[in-house]
Ligand binder design. Structure first.
Ligand code: GDP
Length: 309
């Protein structure tokens, strides 16, 4: 994932620059270690993981007697990588599903349900994801189950046109989101499509309402076919607020993967660590801009190297 590495390095990655500036000092004092911890906090790594990293790094520097900045940097790289957790399975389940059970037989499209608060970049992400899947040779159909905002379906339709995939939407405002999701899956099945990606509304004012709506979409879809992924879209620039949202969606929707958007416009890449810790779910994709090609699979090594420059 060279692209992610290059893009993060190009964005200046102040986190890496600051850390490396401290680490290049000859002898690390108490104040230096505090500065390292503060740098991690400012980058939204979160209090627990930041303290953990500094403790572990300090201990290793001490035990190994490492002084030379290059060697300390290598230890920092290892610790950062451990925090991002390279062992998590980040693959996206986009294979069509073979069903053999009673009532459900034959090949079904993989169903990807995309959830998240409005403004986080959900619709844009779906457009970019469709593009990525098409480039991998998959046929894709989009379902506009965010029926609450009339503009949402229009925006999805625009993305569908841009990346060349069909969009199923309701012709009336305020239609039942679950029935649009159902229609999308039915159309996907009828046309032998590999992947159906369903957009959902992102109102968070009322947790019960959200739970009802996402719950109903989930039930209606899973009666037809298993849901392969529930992707939660989070805006990397929203920091700890984003985490609060994430918690609600994780409770309501059974999230299987996180898409972290707007990573191009922030020095707060540490949120990757915080959100994975919080939800126990991997970041699978990252948004790196507004264009159709600005979505990348998340690669922990490339991410850490990008941060360190
Ligand atoms: P939704 O309301 O969640 O569907 O959000 P939209 O898809 O409409 O996106 C909201 C704004 O964020 C738009 O201006 C997008 O172009 C922008 N956006 C989405 N993803 C990214 C990203 O990865 N990087 C940047 N810089 N902007 C993004």
């Amino acid at each position: 994932m060279v692209r992610l590495r290059e893009r993060l390095a190009r964005s200046g990655s102040p986190l890496g620059a600051r850390l490396l500036a401290v680490l290049s000092r000859d002898h690390l004092t108490e104040a230096d270690w505090e500065e390292i911890e503060e740098t991690l906090l400012v980058a939204d790594v979160g209090a627990g993981p930041s303290a953990e990293l500094v403790d572990a790094l300090r201990e290793r520097v001490r035990v190994l007697g490492v002084r030379e900045p290059g060697a300390v940097r290598e230890l920092l790289r290892e610790q950062l990588l451990a925090l991002v957790d390279p062992t998590m399975d980040r693959s996206l389940a986009t294979e069509p599903v073979m069903l053999t059970g009673e009532g459900q037989t034959g090949v079904q499209p993989a169903v990807l349900l995309v959830v998240g608060v409005n403004g986080t970049g959900k619709t844009t992400t779906i457009g970019k994801l469709a593009r990525l899947l098409v480039a991998e040779g998959r046929s894709v159909l989009l379902g506009a189950a965010d029926t609450f905002r009339a503009a949402a379906a229009d925006q999805l339709a625009t993305w569908g046109g841009r990346v060349g995939v069909p969009v199923v939407r309701s012709d009336k405002d305020g239609a039942d989101p679950a029935s649009v999701a159902f229609e999308a899956l039915a159309a996907g099945r009828e046309h032998g499509v590999d992947v159906v990606v369903v957009d959902t509304a992102g109102r968070l004012q009322n947790k019960a309402g959200l739970m009802d709506e996402l719950g109903k979409i989930g039930r209606v879809l899973s009666r037809q076919a298993p849901i392969s992924e529930v992707l939660l879209v989070l805006d990397a620039t929203t920091g700890q607020n984003g985490l609060t949202q994430a918690r609600v969606f994780a409770e309501v929707a059974g999230v299987t993967g996180i898409v972290l958007t707007k990573l191009d416009g922030t020095a707060k890449g540490g949120i990757v660590v915080a959100v994975q810790r919080e939800l126990g779910v991997p970041v699978k994709l990252v948004g790196l801009g507004e264009g159709p090609d600005d979505l990348a699979e998340f690669d922990p090594e490339a991410f850490v190297d990008g941060i360190l420059g």
